[in-house]
Structure formats: structure tokens, C-alpha cells
Design a protein around this ligand. Sequence first.
Ligand code: ADP
Ligand code: MG
Ligand code: MG
Length: 883
Amino acid sequence: VQYVYRFGGGTAEGKVDQKNLLGGKGANLAEMASIGLPVPPGFTISTEMCTRYYEEGERFPDSLREEVAAGIAHIEQVTGKKFGDAADPLLVSVRSGARVSMPGMMDTVLNLGLNDRTVEGLAAASGDARFAWDSYRRFIQMYADVVLELDHGAFEEALEIAKEDRGYTLDTELSADDLRALVDEYKGLVEQQWGKPFPQDEHDQLWGAVGAVFGSWQSDRAKVYRRLNDIPADWGTAVNVQAMVFGNMGDTSATGVAFTRDPSKGDRAYYGEFLINAQGEDVVAGIRTPQYLTRAAREEAGAKPASMEEALPEVFTELAGVFDRLETHYRDMQDIEFTVQQGKLWMLQTRSGKRTAKAALKIAVDMANEGLITREEAVARVDPQALDQLLHPTLDPEAKRDVLTKGLPASPGAASGEAVFDADTAERHAAEGKSVILIRTETSPEDIHGMHAAKGILTARGGMTSHAAVVARGMGRPCVSGAGSISIDAKAKVMRVAGREVKEGDTVTIDGSTGEVMAGAVATIQPELAGDFGTLMEWADEVRRLKVRANAETPADCQVARDFGAEGVGLCRTEHMFFEATRITAVRQMILAEDETGRRAALDRLLPEQRSDFAAIFEVMAGLPVTVRLLDPPLHEFLPHEEAEFAEVASAAGIAVDQLKRRAAELHEFNPMLGHRGCRLGVTYPEIYEMQARAIFEAAVDVAEKSGEAPIPEVMIPLVATKRELDLMKAVVDQAAKGVFSERGREIDYLVGTMIELPRAALKAGEIAETGEFFSFGTNDLTQTTLGVSRDDAARFLGAYVEKGIYAKDPFVSLDVDGVGELVRLAAERGRATRGDIKLGICGEHGGDPASIAFCEEVGLDYVSASPYRVPIARLAAAQAAL
Ligand code: ADP
Ligand code: MG
Ligand code: MG
């Protein structure tokens, strides 16, 4: 087996696609060398050697010694210098490099090969004794730190004392003789701490450094990083040994880092920093303030020191040529390290540059327009999840912030407003045109209207899948949840945090993307949905097969969804409509009624309200399908729970307090999630579904008459387990449709189908499809019922489950493809076997999750439905799934 791969001098043994073998750095050095870019010669010891090193008890096989010797000979031949030569020594750097860049790995050692003899040779050959002794001084310090792992504080102290004794402030004031004395001191420190003299033999130095790189693969820091990032231990790291080039040889030498395009905005402009007369990490280490690469960037920043374009114009032109060459070759934005030695440019590293979501979008669209990549590639390159950052208002990064505390970034976006501590006040103030932030210890379904009215939501308790978090994401409201250090006194209308008080009406700002909670207003920036965003979305639409709908239940949400490109509503929940202040009394009267007559009387009052709800939604969604789910939650959710509310509710509903309490107690359930809800309500009180169906069809006819464009209602029955349940409910819906159509003399196309959210329904899908004209996979409940896990209680243990690898990801965020997914697949197959053209969709939270969308594409569903703000994410993810 070959373990050593040479590069430089116009050729290379490795290639860019050998990252697994050569590590990212090694593969790219080889690639740059082979396309003729100026790369100092060197060689890469492969990751396979790392694995073998550990298999053989941390020893190197003899064959490696020969290969490394050949590698050194290669560098000697290209540079014309000899390793260990007393007259003009070859110096090398030793650099680690795994497949992916990984903190925790050994730091680079520069200037390796210097000793008491060769330092004199370097001084003579360069004609610069100061440079030679400074290089030796740096080398001992680095080697002692990263290879010998000695206490680096002692070395820094010695350097400080050397300067103080002579009255200097800068390192550069030290003369050659000063540095020579410092080297003696350093060698003494090594012997004292290590028990042996500093290695003078250049081969001992080299093997020590190579061993340290491999050794660092099993360091605690590296292990922790691997665990957190799912990097297997058997990948190993490679070692790169490369001829040194010197950016610290005077005013025509320099070192720098650059991006071929602006990594934060994506503009097509060279972007980077450099330092004249500096080495290695000096630029990033902040020893001196780095200078700009281009004149334009320097002028824009109003900075004085010359840019590289001005200070070293010829090398700059050459560097710009290399940037363009790299971009055409790699067909992506590159992140680069370079060094200039006495006017000669050397490339030391390149890799695909990290970038913000905004830059990713712009770069992908620009590169496709430049013809560098195809439109499909552009679509494939943008991480759908990252779009989330762009779809919401964000805080102006320039604005001042007075941070009170930090909670969980539960729903992205930023918002400022007056603090309010209950949903009713939120609704009232919002109606007066004020911006409000709803602050609650935690939220419940009764807070929905307040959450809707608020610009943002802040809770003291609850995780990323708490009620507040899920509902806020659904509504596209920014939310910070679980801000544990705040305490809320809702009665006194005050929140305390960090020794300060926020009272009702005080302005606060929350950033749901970072979890920050701030006092006062912080300026926000609105998202830009046209331009590159719009272009990429168009390209995504050209390739995707899955349709994308939205989960939306208000005309405003439907409008957002349509603006974001939704092709229908996949889930319109009707219970939120029942909570509206204007009709909650009628809802309660309906629930409290002793008999059907009483219920019907209350339902008659609700009918016009529901009709106008649906009409408003149908108008926005004209011409598109709208799936309306009939009432789903248990009825007691609509009744008061707190003693204080009983009297008020009783008098509003026109009954005695005792009677209300008795009825509420009757409706109490031990496990409401599995209780009297979903179609079970329709089975026991068909008149409720009858009213809702009538409202849907009357609204549909109204809109069709008014606008000429009929909506396509899809009436959805929730929580069905058996065909018989659906038969009964469909009969109620069809009856209502027939009634409305004959009264109005107009027919509307509609479908009746069911949610598949119980395992029995999935198993019996073949039978259920005889009646159901569509299935919508309600994967939130299907996950709860398949896993036997209540989402509201999962926070206590799910973290441990994910940590221990029992579930790869939170199954409420990303579909459990193996388990719940199998039920979806099976139900889809069985449903189609019965009814070839059955419409299949998904409407759980998973409908907006890219990994789950890929699964939906695989099983051939017709559409996914996501919350309005996730529609663009779903469009892009669906396109990527189809590629
Ligand atoms: P990292 O992965 O942390 O960036 P590198 O191996 O790239 O570590 O090196 C750290 C610094 O040392 C970089 O600034 C790089 O440019 C510089 N460097 C590495 N090898 C050489 C070399 N042969 N000649 C000059 N500078 C080098
Ligand atoms: Mg680097
Ligand atoms: Mg459900």
C-alpha cells in the first residue's frame, strides 16, 4: 500500500476527490499543484496510515520511513535545498488535515528543520540573521507547545522579560543577538520541563511532529468534537509536510487569507485580509491589524494602510488570476490561504468557503447566471433549512442591544413590542394598533388568539417542541421559549429578570433566532423575497414534483402562504376559530346544552360565523384546494379551568355556576389525547360536523358566485381508526352538501377524506380508501400514537433518547422514517391499491422538514403541507428531493 502522496513542482499524485484518503487540505493542495498553481512542494501521509498507526500500538511501519524519505527527497529536488543542510537548509511545515476541518486536531508546526547548525545557514543564505533567529525562536516555542505539550506560559514569559529587560515594547525590536539569547533560554526551558534537550536532529523533529498529529486524533478535544458532530473515529487524519515559504522576509513579503466572493453578502468581489512581513497565523491571531486586499474595500472602510492591490500590485494581479482560476476549476466560492515571499506568490490552502444563507443564495444564482454551474446545481447548493434565516425580520446587526437574558431560539425572527402578560390584553392592544409581545410562563390552547395578535411570544418554561414553540412556528411568529431566568407575575403584570423589572407596556425585543431577550426596541430589517430568492425558488419549482401546500387557518396566514408560493391549504384547523372572543360563548352553550335541541340552537348561531371564516379563506385561496379539518380537540378545552372564570362564563352562557361546574367535571378526561375527540365528536354529536360541513359548502358557493372561481374544498375527518367511522361522517358531509347545492342551485366539486393519524387507520388503509377520497398523514399524532409518546411530555426524556442514539433525531421534528415512515409507506400502498387516484399528502410539522420531505418524495406522496413561513423551505427541499 502507498501511504505517501507527493505534490508540487508541477505535478501531484493525489486528486481533489481523494479527501477520504488525503484529508481536505491534502487533497486540495494536490489539486492546486496539478492544475499548475504555485504550491510549495510537499507530501501527504494518508489517513489509512493513521488507522494503521493505532492498530499497531502507535508505531510506524518500516515501509513508512522509506516513503517519507522519498517524500523529503522530492521536496529537496524541487526546492534545490537539503533537509538539515548547514549551508542552506530546507525547512518544512507539518500540518494536520482530516476529511472535514476539525478543531481539536494538532496545530501546525512551522519552520521545522532548524537547529543550532542550520540556523546559521539560514542566516547566511537569507542574509538576514534576525529573520533566522526569529524563525528558530518561533519553531522551538511552537514545537514545545504542540508536539512536546510543555507549559507554553513559561515561553511567553521569557519573551516578555527579554523585551522588558531591554526596554522594548514590540517583538520586532528584538535584535538577532537578543533572539539568540532567547533561543538559549528556550532550550533551557525545554530541558527543564521535558527532561531531555531540545531535539537537534531534523529527522527526530519530523517524526516527533508526525506522531503528534496522529496522536491528536485521539485527544480528548478531538473525541468530543467527533461525538458532537457524528464523525466516525475510523476516519483518521492525514499529515501534510510541506516546504516552508516565508512571508516574514521584509516589505515585499506578506501572508493573507481570502474568499473569492464576499462570504456574508455574496457579492462578486475579492474579500480578505493580509499583513506585510508576517508569518502563518499572524493575520488571524490579531497581532497587528490586518490590511484590506482590495483598494475598494479599503476605501469603503475608510482605512489608511495600503491595500494589497496598492502595496503589491503585481502580486495582487497574479492572486486575482488565481482566484478566478480556482473558481472556474472548483465551480464554487473558495476560502484561501496564501503567502508572498519576496514578491513571489505561494498558495497554501483552498477549500469551499463557509457562507451565510444570504450569500449562499446570491452565489448560487450568480454562478448559474455566469454559466459556471447549472440551475439544478444552484438549487442543490442552498441548504433549505438556512432559508429560515431569510424569511423573517432580523435584528439590525448595527443596532445597540440591552440583553436581559437568553432562552431557546424556538421560532425564528425578531420582534419588538409592549410587554403584555395575558392573551386577552394582547388581543385588545393589538386591535388598537399596538405591537405587543406576549409573555407567559407557558402557553396553552386558550392563548392562541393572543399569540396570533402578538408580534412575538416569550415563555419562561417549555422546550423547542412546547406548545408555544410549535404554535409560534406554525404562525410564523418569533418565539423565545424556556427563558428560565425570568419570573412572571401575571396578576401583577410584571416580569423580573436579572434584578430588573419589565411592566406591562414596557417595550421589549425578542430574537427567536438566537433566543435573546432585550429591553427596549431594537431596529429590525425586513426579509427580501424578490431578487435572488425569487429566482432560486422559480428554478426549484421547475424541478420539483411534490406540490407544496400550507397549514393555515386565517385569511392572513393564507395570504402569506400564497405569497410564499403555496399551492393550496393542506390543513385548515377549525378549532382555533372556536376560540374567537365573539363566538366562544356560543361554543360553550353548544357544549353545555343538555340535549340535541339545545346544541342545535347554539350551532345555528355559530353557522354564519363559520361560513364567513371559510369564505374569507376561500377567497384568498380561490382556484386552489383547501383541506378543512372538522373539529378535533376534546370539548373541555373550550371550558374554563380556573375558579375565577366560572362565574363570568356561567352568566355569559346563561346557566348556573353549579351546572357549569358539573358539566365541566363530566367532561374531564384522564387522557384527553386519546379521549373524546376527532371523529368521536362527530359520531356522538353529528350535528357539529353537519354545521361545519354546511358552513364550508355555503361559503364555497358564495365565493364561486362572487368571484366566478370556485375553491376546491377537501373535507377532512380527523382521528379515524375504522372505515365505519368514515362512512358515517362522510354521509353527514354529503348530506349537507346535497342540501346546500339544491338550495343554491349550484354544485361545487369537493372531496371527503381522512387524516391518517392512528396506526389502525394506516393498517386498514385499503379498506378506508373505499370511502376516503384522500389521505392526509397527520404525522404529529401518528408519531405520538405509534411511538406511544406524548409530545407535550416528551421534553423530559427525549433529549436523553437522542443523546443515547435511540432515535437519531427528535421524531417530532424529523419523521421517524423507520417506524412511523413504514406505516406511511404501507398506508400509501394499500390506499392506492384500492383507489388508484387517491390523493396523498402530509400535514404534520414534518411537512416542512427537508429530511422528511425527501421521504415523502420517495414514497410518492402528492403534496406536503407546511406552516406558511416554511413553504419556501419545502419548495426547495422538494426540488432537491426530486433531483
Ligand atoms: P489550519 O488548518 O489551522 O488553518 P494550517 O495548516 O493551514 O492550519 O496552517 C496554519 C498557518 O500556517 C496558515 O496561516 C498557513 O498559511 C501557514 N502555513 C502552513 N504551512 C506553511 C508553509 N509551508 N509555509 C508558510 N506558511 C505555512
Ligand atoms: Mg489553514
Ligand atoms: Mg391530529
